[in-house]
Design a protein around this ligand. Sequence first.
Ligand SMILES: Cc1cc2nc3c(=O)[nH]c(=O)nc-3n(C[C@H](O)[C@H](O)[C@H](O)COP(=O)(O)O)c2cc1C
Length: 182
Amino acid sequence: MKVDGSLRNFYHYAFPMQAVLVTCKYEEKTNIVTVAWHTPISAKPPLYGISLSSKRYSFELIKKSGEFAVNFAPFEILERVHYCGTHSGRSVDKIKETGLTLLPAKKIKAPLIKECYAHLECKLRDTIELGDHFFVVGEVVSVSGDDSAFEKGVLKIENVKPVYYLGDSTYTTVDGNIKREF
Ligand SMILES: Cc1cc2nc3c(=O)[nH]c(=O)nc-3n(C[C@H](O)[C@H](O)[C@H](O)COP(=O)(O)O)c2cc1C
């Protein structure tokens, strides 16, 4: 039997969604925001999109700087992922509060997060207003990741436990126990 759900929460039906940490920097302000609504868009040119509300301080920093980085977080830093998604950089210094380690990126001024296992450096290509969010489109200009996390460019899921969001402040991960190769 199928049960009707609430349209207001339609996106709950798309969970779990991987929660990533997006870093941005404008002048002396560096910030981290947790984002679950994100996706690759194009291979050639390489484009990646994140859906951001204009209320986010990060939206302001990304618009002003024209850059951002997407950092893929492991489950060990879950509390810090949650913190960055429940506090605004307008009122707290999330780098200081979380103790996350910043690394310089290769092609952009926004830093990368050392504790994350993969990173996409993006130059802002477009912001498209769609409903109550903006689709923030970045051209990926550099990609890097932990040596132990990848084999020939494929994620070694047994070495990495990504953070997945289930909604309502609930998270899960996968440990790679169910895996098939073709
Ligand atoms: C797991 C999780 C996922 C989130 N995903 C998004 C998202 O995709 N887009 C968005 O605009 N906000 C998202 N948020 C909310 C922002 O992370 C949150 O409002 C944050 O405090 C904004 O920080 P800032 O003002 O420093 O940019 C998410 C929050 C959590 C906890």
